[in-house]
Design a protein around this ligand. Sequence first.
Ligand code: GDP
Ligand code: ZN
Length: 355
Amino acid sequence: MTDLEYLGWNPFFASNFAPYERDGLIPGRIAIEQKTHFLVATAGGELRASLAGKLRFETRGEEDVPGVGDWVALRPTPGERTATIIHVLPRKSKFSRKAVGRESVEQTVAANIDVIFLINAIDRTFNLRRLERYLVLAAGSGARPAVVLNKSDLCADLSGVLNDVRAVTAQVPVYVMSAARGEGLDVIRTSLGIGVTGAFLGPSGVGKSTIINRLLGLAKLKTSEVRDYDGKGRHTTSHREMVVLPSGGILIDTPGMRELQLWEADEGIQEVFEEIESLAAACRFRDCHHNQEPDCAVRKALEEGTLDEGRYTSYLKLQREIERQSRKYDTRAQALEKERTKRLTSHHKRSYKKK
Ligand code: GDP
Ligand code: ZN
């Protein structure tokens, strides 16, 4: 095992990196994203890196802007612990948000995640429909989902909950645990072997920090903070966003990941509501909304009782939400694209003048 392999390096990244190696660049994985720079884990320790000007000005979108978990090709500064990020290697998976930013409209929240744990609390707040939303969010990311049912100590009817959950999870594995009691966490350690990257998704309060702290063997998440210096040489403390677990795997926990919203994953709905999508193929109209339309196969299944009413309602609601949000995003994206072209043109003008 090389140091890089402990960070998740594998033949996929190695073959994509080969051309850059010939140019004297070194590979590294982004561990923390800060306002002005990145902290990048490399075989020779952590380097403080900034984006090459080319990446900052010529990015067409998410492909070139790195996020935590990304593998990058770096040019190290001789004699210093700093480097320049020259290129972002192709990703195996990606979670992004269509946030409104200065440089691009899509922002990578976390990249190259192998397993995405969908964390739920099975106390009185447990909500099957919310789990469905997270399944939709995970589908289409490229990461393998796993459902975690935490706070099992607060659940009076575990087999009932499991039945409900299994009805919506299909092939996705389901893990039951109590992070507070330290029970059942080994399944997470096992699914995150050496070099395997995991991340947690779930609403606040379900126990994500408690689980992470247990995995790290820490009492408080605070302990995982790192020390760093900001651009002006001031001392700052930041939360470590990518850590290697004592048991082997790698964990990514970024604020952006915790804030991800459903509409940032458009395609997943087909996968998660497969039974409805396949019924819809038999509707008379290709663009049937399964509401009032004649010869609607989905409504027919509902009336005959072969389709679950809760699933149907949840499907319609999620679809409407995604449509509404993407419309909003499209309008905003158009405006930003215009602004960006303007800014780029003036940047080019400036650099021509210099010559
Ligand atoms: P996060 O917002 O998802 O990071 O959730 P936290 O880890 O901060 O947990 C929220 C609350 O739930 C805290 O008070 C935890 O102590 C508590 N908690 C976490 N896991 C469990 C559990 O398995 N059982 C019980 N009863 N409480 C838990
Ligand atoms: Zn229909």
